[in-house]
Ligand binder design. Sequence first.
Ligand code: PHE
Length: 344
Amino acid sequence: MQEKINQFTSEINSFQPKSNDELESFRIRFLGTKGIMKDLFEAFKTVSAEDKRILGKVLNEFKQMAEAKYQILKESLETVEKSTDSDLDLTLPGVGFEPGGRHPLSLVRKEIIEIFKKLGFNVAEGPEIEDDWHNFSALNFPEEHPARDMQDTFFIKKGGEKGDIALRTHTSSVQVRMMEAGKPPFRAIMPGRVYRNEAISARAHCFFHQVEGLYIDENVSFADLKQTLFHFVQELFGEGTKVRFRPSYFPFTEPSAEMDISCSICKGDGCQFCKHSGWVEILGCGMVDPNVLENCNIDSKKFTGYAFGMGIERITNLKYQIKDLRLFSENDIRFLKQFQSEMI
Ligand code: PHE
């Protein structure tokens, strides 16, 4: 009998039911009214009085062990079942995954980059937190220039190694970093976020996005600049879009110009968007000032170059007729959804 009990004990210990049915068979086999336990207790009656003393204890322990095992297995199967079947309501609607979409600014930035890439421009990036040298001084901003004023620039810290630390106000700072780090020729565009301390309204924000461009080589002329930008506009706004250049001023270019295009909304007839002039300004540009080249250790007798810079928001407004800049950063799903079909 002792041997049998040992055998059953190891069988019970290794028993691991996968279902309630298996557990129920276990119960019937060991603990049922015609089960093994019953048989053992019957057999116990017939053993000698001497054996009874020893076997009685063994048998009782075996019974307790079998019953405890059954209880534990029953409870663990119940909790498994609860967490799987019983909580699962197959009639509930599923959790859907809505396809995401590109932000309109990302779409337009990508389009702009693609056009310039085809013309052989690389894409360059730089830090959004800049020092005075890269954002202003190297770009020929006079010390007392109003653009350095607190009203335009978010200053972060006074007096670093290269002047005050601020959030960059344009990605021209990346042009300086590029020229300092390498040797001409340079042909690159610099997309990125820039910051200006302006009151937030439909027409102004404290940050926006730019794509600037730089081309430095021997014999680069204003004609190259005009031709490149003319081609860019035809690609982005369609064949037949007119351009015009108006003289302007930037500390880092000489001569400087602003470029207008014929209003893509009214095709030049005059509308609210172009304030009935038929033209909209989309970028600033010019020939890189020799002082800037020298500041970046480039021989201004040998090399010339052009630079331009545009705001992506303005171009997106024009392309999609968006009138309020704030929409770009509010993340209103109703606004963003309108661009989802243009997923790339
Ligand atoms: N950096 C100018 C701006 O932010 C744009 C610009 C770039 C103008 C290059 C001329 C040449 O307004």
